[in-house]
Design a protein around this ligand. Sequence first.
Ligand code: KIV
Length: 277
Amino acid sequence: MAVTVSTFQEMKRAGKKISMLTAYDYTTAHLVDEAGVDSILVGDSLGNVMLGLGDTIPVTMDDMVRHTAAVTRGAKNALVIADMPFMSYETSAYDAVVNAGRLVKEGRANAVKLEGGTEMADRIQAIVRAKIPVCAHIGLTPQGINAVGGFKVQGKTTSGVKKLLEDAHAVQNAGAFAVVIEAVPAEVAALITRQLSIPTIGIGAGAQCSGQVLVNQDMLGMFDDFTPKFVRRFAEVGALMKQAYREYDECVKSGEFPTKEHCYATPAGVLDELGEL
Ligand code: KIV
């Protein structure tokens, strides 16, 4: 059964946890989907883990559309949410609708995600009015690193908690169907989750959120540039890949690969007919 935004609401009501992982390509999306993960986020974290850009700031709409289209071709059941990249929605509600529209029309995403709370409520409202479901993203918002001075845990002061609660209610009132909460103390995320009727998806926000999301390369142990405290490695795929690459390199150099079983045979007589060339 394909997961929809209504499934998210039903799961929150039934107290069932929602699983979400990022993916950026067809093959990975297919594997994540077949594993039964509820939702795939085509995160702008592709700037870090796919494009090696160091952060998400330079990611473009064209990057997001191309990767979203690859993911939606691979995902049959998971709800695919595409991130709106930096400066694709901040400029105006009009730009927000046009760019969200591209992710749905060209990328075939089921929903879009954007960063921000109260200050982005009008953008969320405009996109939802255009019949595109929006997942909000509050707490640590990586597109704002230049404004907040780096990757910092949010909601550690009374005023910080009040701001997070305001943001959470603002995005819910604007029509968001879910909200990602990033790098926030567990008790604060639990409080937000209790207060909201829409599901909360935590990343570094504790176990009481309605669901969890992780970056694929982080949870597979494939990305070492930076590992946040909240990452759990469910496998050491990076080490396995390196081992396989080393073996391949050795086998090519030693002549152990390819062997007869990997080669095409010439039909009988063809070489004889050619004679000695
Ligand atoms: O871009 C991304 O992968 C994200 C997650 C970290 C939530 O926004």
